[in-house]
Ligand binder design. Sequence first.
Ligand SMILES: Cc1ncc(COP(=O)(O)O)c(C=O)c1O
Length: 455
Amino acid sequence: MSDLSITQLVESQRRREVDLWGRTINPQFARVLRTIGFDRSWARAKGQYLWDADGNRFLDMLGGFGMFNVGRNNPRVRAALEEALALDLPGSVQLGATALPGLLAEELLRRLPPRLERIQFTSSGTEAIEAAIKLGRAAVRRERVVACDHGFHGLTLGSLSANANAEFTRRFGPLLPGFSHVPFGDLEALEEELRREDVALFLVEPVQGKGVNVAPPGYLEGAQELCRRYGTLFCVDEVQTGFGRTGRMFAFEHWGLEPDLVPVAKSLSGGYVPVGGLVMSRAVHEAVYDSMENAVAHGSTFAPNELAMVAGLATLHELDEQGLVERSARLGERLLELTRPLVDEHEVVREVRGLGLMWAIEFGEPARRARTYRFVDRMQPGLFAQLIVGPLFSEHRVVSQVAGHRMAVVKGLPPLCVTEQDLEEFAEALDAVIRKAQRLPRSLAAFAMTAAGIR
Ligand SMILES: Cc1ncc(COP(=O)(O)O)c(C=O)c1O
């Protein structure tokens, strides 16, 4: 029998990857990729770029949904992983303790407010949210969870119950009992819920990923104060906003917050290895892990994973060494500077917003020449955004995404190593694409219908 060659295996499927997925993983997803023209054969990646099998370079403004803050195939994270693999480390002993998880925990905690003293590692963002719900409930002996309208916290059942949007929850009920939702930014509505003094935790994203909604001034500080007043744990979901994404190591730093619970994941391991964690106050931890009998009250077989820990250590080091957090703040400002003029230039552009390199552009029906916009929007609300994402990809080789279901918002989450020149080129491409989409020839309208699966 010949040796296993990953190179040969990958080569054997070149230009057939989508078929393979269609046969073995998800035919509907393969259909979507073909329909929207994203069915490329991807050959390699580096930093903020992806190359297809024909050698075309694409700018990655999507960043793997935010897991590539330190850039794709970061050489220093890879070197750390290779070094660790060569050490033949014991890996998880399960009934034993090795150094790497403790070392990463120490590095993480060093970057967080003193109130946060412990971490429960997981293998994904949604598991970190599940841990917050479970441990939070047990710590304060209350059942209810309050989250925000349009929030997104993951797709397993507890996280799903925290998501308010029907497009995620429909068909998957019954959801967990005890969940309520309040409008993001509305302190009165939050107090209405919290004053009953039966809410275990309030779960909030500092910048909502779906739509890129930045918390309004005073909201998060007010929410923290209400949580303290009514004995509710304040849980700030940093799964997407963490590790420099918004121009600070953690987004809550913008408002000087001191949460009780902070779920993290995505970019912590540089995009190489699944990872997540729930950072929590000592009070929460000690309330749950209160005896030897309860020493393993929560966990999972693969967490903490040694390779994830190595990648995490290297990623934190890389963020510091390359000054990526400051870079995110600076280039985020530059991206706003480059794209804000689009609001005046194109009637169809409602708003450009963002924090650090978490950015979005929102479209709306223009006052004049609204027929085409209305025509597309009637087919499916928000569909206009697909008219931007499609040509950005096919004509300008930029990978981006619509910011959420039925919303006319295009979102950018580039790796933090993106350059000013990349952003200038992106802004130019965006300008050209918006100009064209507004005029919307029938062929483009037809594309929109196809993309929406409407014809
Ligand atoms: C804010 C937020 N929380 C939680 C999650 C879930 O993370 P994961 O996809 O790793 O389960 C996501 C994923 O996009 C997210 O953006």
